[in-house]
Design a binder for this molecule. Structure first.
Ligand SMILES: NC(=O)c1ccc[n+]([C@@H]2O[C@H](COP(=O)([O-])OP(=O)(O)OC[C@H]3O[C@@H](n4cnc5c(N)ncnc54)[C@H](O)[C@@H]3O)[C@@H](O)[C@H]2O)c1
Length: 430
């Protein structure tokens, strides 16, 4: 991948001074003073669901911001988010009816109206929305993942380069990068407490998420848009949607992305009309360029062992978030700093960088971690070993040619109502 910027290259690092964590609490007064007499920042929200509403409230919790536009595919979702935010923030939510927009093209009007845009739709749409926001010269907060396929990742990388050229500020929702316990653990690993990293194990193993049932009269496009988690062109499978957080931590601590992946996966438990085409489990062995192995597992199996975490194994010890043990299992360091809310810190930091015109662009490392998850999915779906280059250069563009409520989204249920799932050894991914 051309993106050879070191992964932790942003000014997050400036939080850490000589091993001491400068936490969100010490950062916020800086923001407050920086914004005295400063111009108000007009914010637009694109994708008014659960995370979008959360991101908007975190953006509005930063002094000097105002929400001025909201867009969603569905009118009811815009209205629900508007009511929630209006109740919470009053005049800081200044979104007249003409700026509460819906439909596939609504994102353009919202982005046009603002200085800073929050891109919080499902990930299939992120590349197009990010590209448009950068073209229009807007600062961006965008959720992870940032794409669902190789063409999408390439588009994000190009837009990220354009954002740098325009001095736009970009923060992404891999919030562990803004979480004090992770930041300080990374510092300790860099100081050598676990020696050389020899392998990593990462997990998002637990139960599943919501389903949204098909309603009478829905077109196939509307159904898939409502129940988006289970369709790859919108979601990318849960290995991308959720497990990206853990894959990203391994990349971040190691300092690069894997060179190849092989794995196994399938649908064992979650088979039915409501669960679209995605797998319910993946186990992937990733190999980094120097031979370091990352073992990754993610599953959506209700009622089974669960773990969402990362283990970094070194020649002298093992790091987990906030704790380091030596080879004998004795705890040799434990995080004792201030626990912060990383979802809030992301927005504090973004606004601070906008106000001080300091560079920050998380899109490169988020694109890297997004492609890591896509490479794993390609490996489990095909049953083949997949290289980084194959994943990145793949021309398998999953986005429908036409985005309209009566258009064909691609995946089709069989006569039994079930959507076909990938079959290793048969499904082609490159
Ligand atoms: N960082 C985190 O910890 C975290 C947590 C939750 C969700 N997320 C991410 O946030 C994103 C959204 O997840 P969510 O839980 O809010 O889902 P959600 O279903 O609650 O909300 C998504 C919203 O986007 C809208 N939408 C879909 N396509 C659109 C389009 N083309 N244009 C405009 N609006 C569109 C939907 O109608 C819906 O209202 C996902 O990428 C998810 O991974 C991140």
């Amino acid at each position: 991948m051309e993106n050879k910027k070191p992964l932790p290259q942003t000014d997050r690092r400036s939080f850490l001074k000589a091993g001491t964590l400068v936490t969100a609490a010490t950062l916020i007064p800086g923001i407050a003073s920086a914004q005295e007499g400063a111009k108000e920042i007009r914010v637009a929200l694109v994708g008014c669901g659960g995370r979008g509403t959360g991101a908007a409230s975190q953006s509005l919790a930063v002094p000097g911001t105002k929400l001025v536009a909201m867009a969603d595919a569905f009118e009811d979702n815009v209205n629900r988010a508007y009511e929630t935010l209006k109740k919470q923030f009053g005049d800081r939510v200044d979104v007249p009816a003409e700026n509460r927009v819906h439909g596939f093209e609504a994102f353009k009007k919202a982005i046009d109206s603002a200085d800073l845009v929050l891109l919080c739709t499902p990930p299939g749409f992120r590349p197009a929305h990010f590209e448009y926001a950068v073209e229009k010269g807007k600062h961006v907060f965008m959720e992870k993942p940032v794409a669902v396929d190789g063409p999408g990742v390439r588009k994000v990388i190009e837009a990220a380069k354009a954002a740098d050229a325009k001095k736009l500020k970009v923060v992404c929702g891999l919030q562990r990068h803004y979480q004090n316990s992770y930041l300080e653990t990374l510092e300790k690993v860099k100081e050598g407490l676990i020696g050389e990293i020899s392998s990593t194990q990462v997990y998002w193993s637990g139960g599943g998420v919501w389903t949204r049932a098909r309603q009478e009269g829905m077109t196939e496009m509307e159904y898939q848009m409502r129940n988006w988690y289970y369709f790859n062109w919108i979601c990318g499978d849960h290995i991308a949607e959720q497990h990206i957080h853990n894959l990203d931590v391994s990349n971040w601590f190691i300092g690069t992305h894997p060179a190849k992946a092989n794995g196994i996966g399938g649908r064992t438990k979650r088979i039915g009309k409501d669960w679209g085409e995605i797998y319910d489990h993946h186990y992937v062995e990733y190999t980094y360029p120097d031979g370091t192995i990352m073992n990754s597992q993610c599953k959506h199996w209700d009622g089974t062992w669960s773990k969402v975490s990362e283990t970094i194994v070194g020649t002298k010890g093992t790091a987990t978030p906030g704790m380091i043990k030596d080879r004998a299992g004795k705890v040799i360091w434990r995080f004792s700093g201030e626990n912060n809310n990383p979802y809030q810190t992301e927005h504090d930091v973004l606004v601070q960088h906008i106000r001080e015109d300091k560079p920050i662009n998380d899109a490169f490392f988020t694109a890297d971690s997004t492609l890591t998850s896509i490479m794993g999915r390609m490996a489990t779906y095909s049953g083949q070993e997949i290289t980084w280059e194959q994943a990145l250069n793949s021309d398998l563009d999953t986005m429908p040619k036409v985005l309209a409520w009566d258009a064909d989204p691609g995946p089709k249920p069989g006569s039994d109502g079930l959507y076909p799932a990938p079959i290793p050894g048969e499904t082609k991914v490159v």
